[in-house]
Design a protein around this ligand. Structure first.
Ligand code: GLN
Length: 282
């Protein structure tokens, strides 16, 4: 089969399921992944033959896309802060909003010149600690997650990106202390409530790990409370706590964190939603 035919078949099969621009972007992600061909290569070589084996790969991807599985789980990777990260169903697909959180931390701490001790809580794919370890020279970075499956992926990502991060298994809600003193503690904990599920896409609801996303409505800030409480003891003087937050709970999260004696600052993401909170130790 020629690549031009494959492209045609691919779009016909997904028509109606997704907007046409999205279908084409899926197609080019897959051609890059499976054939090492970009859009321009396909435009220049429309008659290139695709082997049976390659066709099978596209068919299987197509079937998964029809079930609205995220393209990142199909290819097994994504990009975060210019680097490649492996992902599977055990980890949340890193979001652009989280890149903004990482950017905030880096811009606050890039030029301090001191050795920073950093702790990330709820590492998932490891996108936060790995990016920080790469961007902030001399930082000593460690990270926790409750899920052994997530830790496996995070460790593979650290290796892939040649980052030095220590990963450990821990249920933060059961922790009595954090073991050690830190200059920066960061977390993007679960924060989605039942009532917010209706604005989420099917691919997220059906395929991403529930453990990483959801909290009980009546206890939506449970992770923020626990982490702020532990951070009171474990942050160095002038240390900072950075959170990704639920945009609908920005004020509540801020007041909660203030109750632990932190000075707080909210920040909006590129979509204009309050998505980040910085808490500084007095
Ligand atoms: N820290 C990871 C991320 O930001 C995972 C977060 C999570 O699973 N809640 O993508």
């Amino acid at each position: 089969m020629r690549i031009s035919q494959l492209k045609k078949q691919f779009s016909v099969q997904l028509e109606g399921e997704f907007p046409s621009t999205e279908i084409m972007s899926f197609f080019y992600i897959l051609t890059e992944e499976y054939l090492g061909m970009q859009k321009v290569d396909i435009a220049l070589n429309p008659t290139q033959e695709i082997s049976k084996e390659e066709q099978t790969k596209f068919e299987s991807a197509l079937n998964r896309l029809k079930k609205h599985e995220p393209i990142q789980y199909i290819t097994g990777n994504t990009e975060f802060f210019t680097r490649k990260f492996l992902v599977n169903k055990s980890v949340l697909i890193p979001r652009p909003e989280t890149e903004e959180l990482v950017e905030w931390i880096i811009s606050d701490h890039r030029s301090t010149g001191q050795e920073l001790k950093i702790l990330d809580i709820g590492t998932g794919s490891g996108c936060i600690p790995i990016s920080l370890a790469k961007e902030l020279e001399d930082a000593k970075v460690s990270s926790f997650d409750i899920s052994s499956e997530a830790l496996l992926i995070a460790k593979r990502n650290a290796k892939l990106n040649a980052a030095d991060v220590l990963f450990r298994k821990l249920n933060i809600l059961e922790a009595e202390e954090l073991e050690g003193q830190f200059d920066i503690i960061v977390s993007n904990p679960p924060y989605v409530r039942e009532l917010e599920k209706k604005e989420m896409h099917q691919n997220v609801l059906d395929h991403e790990p529930k453990l990483a996303l959801y909290v009980e409505d009546e206890n939506a800030l449970i992770f923020y409370k626990k982490i702020a409480e532990l951070a009171v003891k474990s942050l160095n003087p002038a240390g900072c706590l950075y959170f990704e937050i639920n945009q609908y709970l920005a004020e509540e999260t801020k007041s909660l964190v203030q109750q632990f004696g932190f000075e707080t600052e909210l920040k909006k993401d590129i979509f204009g939603h309050y998505r980040m909170l910085k808490a500084t130790k007095q």
